[in-house]
Ligand binder design. Structure first.
Ligand code: CA
Length: 231
């Protein structure tokens, strides 16, 4: 579980509502994490740069020039490996879809219980900090794509492509099940975990991102009425 690139216990919380920030601070500290609170996007980006957190909890609605979606976009553009958990307003479907497209690993809809947040945080850290799947080769080659499970890296014609954590997890799972048509529900359960309450659209959004980023060399088929098949 050791990741030398990051302090395994540091979390940056970017949230302008002081009540919510305090509550998250309290529960996350109680769970053993080191927490830095930031009230806006600028200070959040600075904290990620300075503190090298494993995870950022990011409110979408932030004051100032940079909202949560933009913070997420910049984190991914900077190619950071930090995990991102988005906080979105209830019924703001567009925020959730955009957040996932921007590379967020997960989202929680307000209002939420702090315990739910802690559970999500643990799940994300477990997933992103854990060892690669032990079965099979360290690198799976599919079409023109290398899926390097050890380095958690996808390469197109030898060139690394930046993928969000969950995008890589999805690609790795499909690669480990080459040739099999997997339903969206199976993919949700395997890649997002049993506790995930999102819908099929989450899978579609990530598949769209994989296709966009990896291009024509990715032999990922839509199997009508079922889901997706790789290779
Ligand atoms: Ca807010």
């Amino acid at each position: 579980m050791t990741d030398t690139a990051h302090d395994s216990t540091t979390i940056v919380v970017v949230e302008d509502d002081p009540n919510i920030a305090d509550l998250l601070n309290l529960y996350l500290r109680e769970a053993g994490y080191r927490v830095y609170l930031c009230p806006d996007g600028e200070s959040g980006l600075a904290a990620v740069r300075d503190r090298s957190p494993r995870l950022v909890i990011l409110d979408v609605g932030l004051p100032g020039a940079i909202d949560g979606l933009e913070v997420c976009r910049r984190l991914r553009a900077a190619d950071t490996e930090v995990a991102v958990l988005m906080l979105t307003a209830r019924d703001a479907e567009i925020d959730r879809v955009l957040g996932l497209e921007m590379g967020a690993d997960d989202y929680v809809t307000k209002p939420f219980s702090p315990r739910e947040i802690v559970a999500r945080v643990k799940a994300i850290l477990r997933r992103t900090g854990g060892p690669p799947p032990s079965a099979g080769p360290a690198t799976i080659v599919i079409g023109g794509i290398d899926v390097d499970l050890g380095r958690r890296e996808a390469r197109v014609d030898g060139h690394p492509v930046a993928l969000a954590t969950r995008e890589f997890d999805l690609l790795a799972h499909l690669a480990n099940n080459q040739g099999l048509a997997l339903t969206r529900r199976q993919l949700l359960d395997s890649v997002w975990g049993d506790g995930w309450i999102g819908d099929d659209r989450t899978v579609d959004v990530h598949v769209r991102q994989l296709r966009k980023k990896l291009g024509d060399g990715l032999p990922l088929d839509t199997v009508w009425g079922i889901g997706y098949r790789l290779g």
